[in-house]
Design a protein around this ligand. Structure first.
Ligand code: NDP
Ligand code: HSE
Length: 445
C-alpha cells in the first residue's frame, strides 16, 4: 500500500514477461541506473520476473533477479510495482487486476488491454486508489500520453493524427524505398522486434486502432470504446499505389485520425485508422521506418508534432521506466495522482463516432480502364454529375494490348458520394474490375 514517508530504499519491480520490451527495461536500467537514481532519489531494481520459457537465451543481465515459475507468483511477491509486459488479454488482464486488488501500482505497455478493458481497469484502480501507468502503450518511446493528458491540458484538443504503428510504417517505407514485397518487409519488421505477437494486429490497423482509442479518450475526455474506431489495414496497398501516389505528390502512410465532427447538428467524433495519402512535404510524410509521428492540434497552442521511435525494446523501455519513476513518486505522495485519462471519471462524456460512410475526405481513386478514346471524358463526366471535382489526374500509358491505369485525386466530398461514384464507374464496360480507393489528408499549420 502507498505510504507518504520518504523512502530511499530501492524500488522493487516485478516484471511480467521478458520479451522485446522486458529485456529492454533491464538493459536500460543497467545502462542508466545511476542517472535514474539521481532523478528519483532511489534506485530501481527488477527483483522478480516471470516468463514462459526461462531456458531461452536473453539479451540482458539477470543476475540477482528471482525467476518465478508463474506471473501470478510475481504479483504476489514482495515487490513495490508490477510491470505487465506480456501482451494480449489473458492472463495479462487478470494479473493487472490482481495487482490492483493488492494495492500495487501497475505499469503496462499493453495497448490492446487498455483499449478494450481500460474502463474496468481504471475503475478498479480508482476504487483502490492505485497508480496505473500506460505511457508505453502508445507510440513506444514518445511520451505522448503525458503530453496529451498533462502538457496540453489547457487546450480544447481539436484533432490529432499520426503514424502510430511502427510495423506498418516500416513496411510501407521499405516497399517504397527498396521496392521489396509486403511479406518481405513484414518479416524484417518481425525480426527487428517491432511487430505484435500476431502481426495481423499491425497490418490490419488493429494495433493503431487500440492506440487511437486511447489517445482520443485522453484528448476528448471520452470513455474508452475500441469498437468505435473505423479501421482499414495496409494489406490493400499495392506497390503501384505507392508509385502513383508519389507521382501525384503524396506518400502513403497508415494514419490514426481523431477529430471532433458534426453530423446533422449532432456533436460527434471521427476515429479512423487507414492508409492515407499525405502531401510529400508534410512532416508525417517524411516520418519513415519504425518511427512514429503524432500531430496534435490544440485551440490555444496550435499544431504540435511529436516524433520518435514507436517500437523496439530500448525505446519502449524508456516509456516503461518513466512510468516506474512516476509510480515511485506516487507511492511517496499518492494524493497527487493525475486522473488516468486526464479527466475525472465523472467528467468523461460519450460522443458517437462516425462510420466510414458518414465521413468526408478527399480521395485517391485508381482505375484500370480500356485504352479507348472517350474513356477519360466519360469518367470525368460521371464525377462532375455527382459534383466531385478532380484535383489531379494521372494516366499511365499501357503497353500493347494492355489496359491503361488512371489515378485521380478528388476534392473533399462525403464518402457516401465517393462510393456512389465508384458504383457508377464500375458499371461502365471499359472500367475493369479491381479499382482502389484511398483517403487523402491535408493538414493546416
Ligand atoms: P514479446 O512477445 O517479445 O514478449 C512477451 C513476453 O511475455 C515473453 O517474454 C514471454 O515469455 C512472456 N509471456 C508470455 N506469456 C506469459 C505468461 N503466461 N506468463 C509469463 N510470461 C509470459 O512481446 P513484446 O515485448 O514485444 O511486447 C510486450 C507488450 O508490450 C505487448 O503488450 C506489446 O503490445 C507492447 N509493446 C511492444 C512494443 C514493441 O516494440 N515490441 C512497443 C510498445 C508496446 P517467453 O519469452 O518465455 O516466451
Ligand atoms: N507492434 C507495435 C508497432 C509495437 O509496430 O507499432 C509498438 O506499439
Amino acid at each position: 500500500m502507498a505510504t507518504s514517508t520518504k523512502n530511499t530504499a530501492p524500488l522493487r519491480v516485478g516484471l511480467l514477461g521478458l520479451g522485446t520490451v522486458g529485456q529492454g527495461v533491464l538493459r536500460v536500467l543497467a545502462q542508466n541506473g545511476d542517472e535514474i537514481e539521481r532523478r528519483l532519489g532511489r534506485r530501481i531494481v527488477v527483483s522478480h520476473i516471470a516468463m514462459r520459457d526461462p531456458s531461452a537465451k536473453r539479451d540482458c543481465d539477470l543476475s540477482g533477479v528471482t525467476i518465478c515459475a508463474t506471473a501470478a507468483e510475481v504479483v504476489a511477491a514482495d515487490v513495490d510495482v508490477i510491470a505487465e509486459l506480456i501482451g494480449g488479454m489473458q492472463p495479462a488482464q487478470n494479473l493487472v487486476l490482481d495487482a490492483i486488488a493488492r494495492g500495487k501500482p501497475v505499469i503496462t505497455a499493453n495497448k490492446a488491454l487498455i483499449a478494450e478493458h481500460g474502463n474496468e481497469i481504471f475503475a478498479a484502480a480508482q476504487a483502490k486508489n492505485v497508480f496505473v501507468g500506460f505511457e508505453a502503450a502508445v507510440a513506444g518511446g514518445i511520451p505522448i500520453i503525458k503530453a496529451v493528458r498533462e502538457g496540453l491540458s489547457a487546450n480544447r484538443i481539436d484533432s490529432l493524427a499520426g503514424i502510430i504503428n511502427g510495423t506498418s510504417n516500416y513496411i510501407l517505407t521499405q516497399m517504397s524505398r527498396r521496392g521489396i514485397a509486403f511479406a518481405e518487409a513484414l518479416a524484417e519488421a518481425q525480426k527487428l522486434g517491432y511487430a505484435e505477437a500476431d502481426p495481423t494486429f499491425d497490418v490490419e490497423g488493429i494495433d493503431a486502432a487500440h492506440k487511437l482509442n486511447i489517445l482520443a479518450s485522453l484528448a476528448f475526455g471520452t470513455p474508452l470504446r475500441f469498437s468505435a474506431v473505423a479501421t482499414e489495414g495496409i494489406s490493400q496497398v499495392l506497390p503501384q499505389d505507392i508509385q502513383l501516389a508519389q507521382e501525384l505528390g503524396y506518400r502513403i502512410k497508415s494514419l490514426g485520425i481523431a477529430k471532433h465532427a458534426s453530423a446533422n447538428g449532432e456533436d460527434t467524433v471521427e476515429l479512423r485508422v487507414h492508409p492515407t495519402l499525405v502531401p510529400v512535404d508534410h512532416l508525417l510524410a517524411k516520418t519513415d521506418g519504425a518511427l512514429n509521428a503524432i500531430r496534435v492540434h490544440g485551440n490555444a497552442v496550435g499544431q504540435t508534432v511529436f516524433v520518435g521511435k514507436g517500437a523496439g525494446g530500448d525505446a519502449t523501455a524508456s516509456a516503461v521506466i518513466a512510468d516506474l519513476i512516476d509510480a515511485a513518486r506516487w507511492l511517496a505522495a499518492p494524493a497527487q495522482a493525475v486522473p488516468y485519462l486526464g479527466f475525472g471519471s465523472s467528467a468523461l462524456k460519450e460522443a458517437r463516432a462516425l462510420a466510414f460512410a458518414e465521413i468526408e475526405s478527399a480521395y485517391y481513386l485508381r482505375l484500370k480502364v480500356a485504352d479507348e478514346p472517350g474513356v477519360l471524358r466519360a469518367i470525368t463526366s460521371i464525377l462532375a454529375d455527382l459534383d466531385i471535382s478532380v484535383e489531379a489526374i494521372l494516366q499511365k500509358e499501357p503497353g500493347e494490348n494492355e489496359d491503361a491505369t488512371l489515378a485521380i485525386i478528388t476534392s473533399q466530398i462525403p464518402e457516401s458520394r465517393c462510393n456512389r461514384a465508384l458504383e457508377k464507374l464500375s458499371e461502365l464496360t471499359f472500367v475493369r474490375a479491381g479499382w482502389s480507393r484511398l483517403r487523402v489528408e491535408h493538414f493546416e499549420d
